[in-house]
Design a protein around this ligand. Structure first.
Ligand SMILES: [Zn+2]
Length: 88
């Protein structure tokens, strides 16, 4: 089987599997791009998502959890105990 082409630099990958190029691109990439671009980008997006979580206070986090759960009871419970009313 032929090695896939790197979707970032277009060179042939070192082996038939290549590396997952997410979050830079959809597809496979070579070891070189993986080490120099993909892994730093992953660390970067991980740190950003951590930072977002830290920036939100616990109340906001809880609110987002309630909204994203779409749970009717959780929303009604929130509305009963907060001034801010969420839509079910
Ligand atoms: Zn590459």
């Amino acid at each position: 089987m032929e090695n896939p082409k790197c979707c970032i630099c277009n060179r042939e990958c070192e082996n038939e599997y290549g590396n997952n190029a997410q979050p830079i691109k959809e597809g496979r990439c070579c070891d070189d791009c993986n080490d120099r671009k993909v892994i730093p980008a992953r660390i970067d997006s991980y740190l950003k998502s951590r930072k977002r979580n830290i920036e939100q206070n616990p109340e906001q986090r809880r609110r987002n959890q309630v909204i994203s759960s779409g749970n009717k009871w959780a929303i009604e419970n929130w509305n009963a105990t907060h001034n801010e009313k969420l839509k079910i």
